[in-house]
Design a protein around this ligand. Structure first.
Ligand SMILES: C[S@@+](CC[C@H](N)C(=O)[O-])C[C@H]1O[C@@H](n2cnc3c(N)ncnc32)[C@H](O)[C@@H]1O
Length: 307
């Protein structure tokens, strides 16, 4: 075996290990890159990655972080109550890309709402296969006195086109979209990883045993569904924004931010993406909002509205 072949074999092994961790603990950007490369062709990807020390280094670092997180689940110092949270997360993990810390924090926030009488629906924009919405549903079933309305918005055909002037182009290229295609139009971008079906979400809620008459799935582009749903949603306790793109964030905030009640939460899942940061910043400046955003992990920030 030549040195190049040995390197390639090592890289393929690294990618395989990475994917196993990424699949059990959420998929981050490096994971997406690894999976795309792996799925394209193993050999081609191996020499490609082996010849790129930066990507190889990023993969190794990412793998270390994921390994630590997965081991963290088994840590013997976890308070007994955390075992309940672990068991809730295990029920919805296959249906979400949100990583461990984001799910723990989300369940905490939903629990807080239940225990402190924070009224309103749990809402997610960009619900994909429904796992994060499911985490809020489980918290409601565990700590809530009555079932809440849950609203999940998604195109169920992946992202629309990003905007070259507002969204991250390196990120778009990881998803296989070239800058010249990024005109913000409402047609599915080539991001098959982000496609999910409404059926995925419905099946999850049947499995979780949440009453289906409290679940509102809003299929279509946010640009159509959010203004249409706005009149039907009275109060929001948790507004979870996970739409990746500038326009998806801007529209969601314009229409729904004011429905979040005092003591309720607004969660921004994509702080690692320029489109999310800029849309939130622009919205805050337009509205004169000065809010401290708490950090959950590298991509999640949230605020709690003053009670
Ligand atoms: C990263 S995924 C969400 C992940 C999900 N919250 C979870 O628990 O894993 C982003 C989702 O946002 C949806 N999305 C983004 N912008 C949208 C828009 N303008 N209209 C409809 N869906 C959109 C995509 O279809 C995709 O399913």
């Amino acid at each position: 075996m030549t040195l190049a072949q040995a390197n390639s074999a090592a890289v393929v092994e690294l990618l395989n290990t990475y994917m196993n961790y990424a699949r059990t603990d959420g998929i981050d950007l490096i994971g997406v890159a690894a999976i795309r490369k792996h799925d394209e062709t193993q050999d081609a990807c191996a020499s490609d990655v082996a010849g790129n020390p930066n990507l190889l280094g990023a993969l190794k670092e990412g793998l270390g972080i994921l390994q630590t997180k997965v081991k963290g689940k088994l840590a013997s110092w976890a308070p007994p109550e955390d075992e309940l949270v672990v068991s809730l997360i295990e029920k919805i993990k296959p249906n979400t890309m949100v990583a461990w810390d984001g799910l723990v924090s989300l369940i905490d926030q939903a629990r807080f709402c239940e225990e402190n009488g924070i009224e309103g629906a749990f809402v997610e924009l960009g619900c994909w296969k429904g796992g994060a919405l499911g985490a809020m549903a489980l918290a409601n079933m565990e700590w809530g006195k009555k079932r809440r309305d849950l609203h999940g918005f998604d195109s169920f055909q992946g992202l629309p086109m990003p905007r070259a002037d507002k969204d991250d182009m390196p990120w778009a290229s990881v998803l296989g979209i070239s800058a010249s295609q990024c005109d913000g139009s409402l047609r599915p971008a080539r991001a098959t990883l982000l496609e999910a079906s409404q059926m995925d979400v419905e099946r999850l809620f049947v499995r979780l045993g949440y009453p289906l008459d409290h679940i509102y799935l809003r299929a279509g582009w946010f640009q159509d569904t959010v203004p249409a749903a706005w009149m039907d949603i009275d109060k929001i306790a948790i507004l979870r924004l996970d739409g990746d793109l500038y326009d998806s964030y801007a529209l969601s905030l314009d229409c729904l931010y004011d429905l979040v009640v005092p003591g309720g939460f607004v969660i921004f899942d994509d702080w690692d993406l320029k489109g999310c940061r800029e849309a939130v910043g622009d919205f805050f400046s337009r509205r004169g909002i000065r809010a401290y955003l708490s950090q959950v992990d590298y991509s999640i920030r949230f605020l709690q509205k003053a009670a």
